[in-house]
Design a protein around this ligand. Structure first.
Ligand SMILES: [Zn+2]
Length: 96
C-alpha cells in the first residue's frame, strides 16, 4: 500500500527544509479605513498612516515618542544624572 503514502520528502536538493518556506506573516496589514492590504514597511515609513486612504493606525506610547525623536535611553541617562546632582547638592541628607 505504498501508493498512498509518501516515502521520500519532495524537497529541492541543497536547500534545507526550513528555508524553502517563504515567511510573509506580519509583512502585510489590512487597513481598517479602506480595507486594502498595506505593506507594513510602507506604513512605518508613513508614520502609521495608510498611504492609500490616510487612516491613522493605533500607536503605542513608545512608538509615538520615537516618531517625535524622543530617545528613551537618553531620557534615562538624564534622570540618572539629575539624581546624582541632587544627591551631591544635598550631601545625602534630607532637607526637612
Ligand atoms: Zn487605508
Amino acid at each position: 500500500m505504498a501508493w498512498f503514502t509518501r516515502q521520500k520528502s519532495v524537497r529541492q536538493p541543497g536547500v534545507p527544509g526550513e528555508q524553502q518556506t517563504v515567511k510573509t506573516e506580519g509583512l502585510w496589514l489590512k487597513c481598517d479605513g479602506c480595507r486594502q492590504i498595506v505593506w507594513r514597511k510602507a506604513l512605518e515609513e508613513n508614520t502609521q498612516v495608510c498611504p492609500k486612504c490616510g487612516y491613522h493606525f493605533r500607536l503605542d506610547a513608545i512608538a509615538r515618542l520615537s516618531y517625535t525623536g524622543f530617545d528613551l535611553g537618553l531620557a534615562i541617562l538624564a534622570i540618572f544624572i539629575l539624581f546624582i546632582l541632587v544627591l551631591r547638592a544635598t550631601n545625602g541628607r534630607r532637607t526637612n
